[in-house]
Design a protein around this ligand. Structure first.
Ligand code: SF4
Ligand code: MG
Length: 336
């Protein structure tokens, strides 16, 4: 059967001073039905640009899909008109963001906003929509839903607002939910509850989820597959178990070390030294991680690593494992 979502050789550019630079380059992956796929990397790695590309929500005239395809249930949605995409957005594919306050409208009640989503896609009465929104609020664990439905976003806590956003996102039972840093603004306990909720609604609604995060710890909680992105490219891709038991890419190693520990002060979260190269001065040749990689070799500056299988169903883009490169195997033994 065809995967629910197939992203093939996606290339998304941003216009800066009249020139396009790629923020996502040659990215390919699938999301199967009922699967949770995590996309991990620091900010500036292209994760959000990728989700905006899938949703066709790139900033007009600035962000642009410049190559590749995005097939949703076999239909290439990267070429759809706004009108057709509006039918899919919110209904077939929906999205939640990091800060619910920016996506919820402060002047409308919670109920009004959920019902607006429903009425936008379905022809039912306002009364039915009201009942549906109360049921939705209950299903995402909001107590006293029949009261909360008449409240305004600022009357709720951050965690409750994120639950409301999830209720809105699943209002029309989408097949795919894209969650971009859904727990980043929340404290640790609430974060765990929201992840659990996402897992629950994935199961009850037979949905697929793309979970975008900078935190590999979040991925470990609920994902089936993980994609690690660096500087606009996929650098590693595997099942969660495989990735955690057998990480290959040096960037993944560093992300593992940066997983926040429960007993650590958030202020001194481990960070990785150095910065992701900006899209306007991306190295054109060699490995984009070379200037920060603890295992970099001179060749890393002149040979561009390709994503390839390093174990069954496990891919990485690193010269330590690149078999097309004659010295690869030997280096693998010495290097790691
Ligand atoms: Fe490090 Fe070289 Fe592998 Fe890049 S290709 S991750 S610089 S070892
Ligand atoms: Mg982002």
């Amino acid at each position: 059967t065809t995967p629910l979502l197939q992203v093939r050789n996606l290339q998304t550019g941003f216009k800066i001073d009249r020139k396009f630079y790629n923020a996502v380059e040659d990215v390919s992956f699938n999301v199967d039905r009922k699967q949770i796929v995590g996309i991990v990397g620091e900010s500036g790695c292209g994760k959000s640009v990728m989700s905006l590309s899938i949703m066709q929500l790139l900033p007009n005239g600035i962000g642009k899909i410049r190559g590749g395809e995005i097939d949703f249930e076999g239909l290439n949605i990267s070429e759809l008109s706004d009108k057709k995409m509006n039918k899919i957005r919110g209904k077939e594919i929906s999205m939640i963001f990091q800060e619910p306050m920016t996506s919820l409208n402060p002047v409308f009640t919670i109920g009004y906003q959920i019902e607006e989503v429903i009425l936008n896609h379905e022809s039912i009465s306002k009364k039915e929509a009201r009942l549906r929104s109360i049921a939705l609020l209950k299903s995402v664990g909001i107590p006293r839903a029949d009261k909360i439905v008449n409240e305004y976003p600022h009357q709720l806590s951050g965690g409750m607002r994120q639950r409301v956003m999830i209720a809105m996102a699943i209002a029309c039972q989408p097949k795919l939910l894209i969650a971009d840093e859904p727990t980043t603004a929340l404290d640790v306990t609430v974060q765990a509850q929201i992840l659990e909720l996402l897992k629950d609604i994935q199961e009850t609604n037979d949905m697929s989820i793309i979970l975008i995060t900078h935190d590999l710890g979040v991925v470990a909680e609920i994902c089936d597959e993980v994609i690690v992105m660096y500087a606009g490219k996929i650098v590693e891709k595997a099942t969660v178990d495989e990735l955690f038991n057998n990480p290959k890419h040096p960037y993944t190693d560093l992300l593992m070390k940066a997983i926040p520990k429960m007993d650590e002060d958030v202020e001194k979260l481990a960070t990785i030294d150095g910065l992701v190269p900006s899209i306007i001065n991306m190295p054109q040749i060699g490995c984009r991680f070379a200037n920060r990689c603890p295992k970099a070799m001179p060749e890393c500056l002149t040979v561009t690593p390709q994503l390839g299988e390093v174990e069954p169903q496990h891919e990485a883009a690193c010269l330590l494992y690149d078999e097309s490169w004659p010295a690869g195997e030997e280096r693998q033994r010495e290097g790691v």
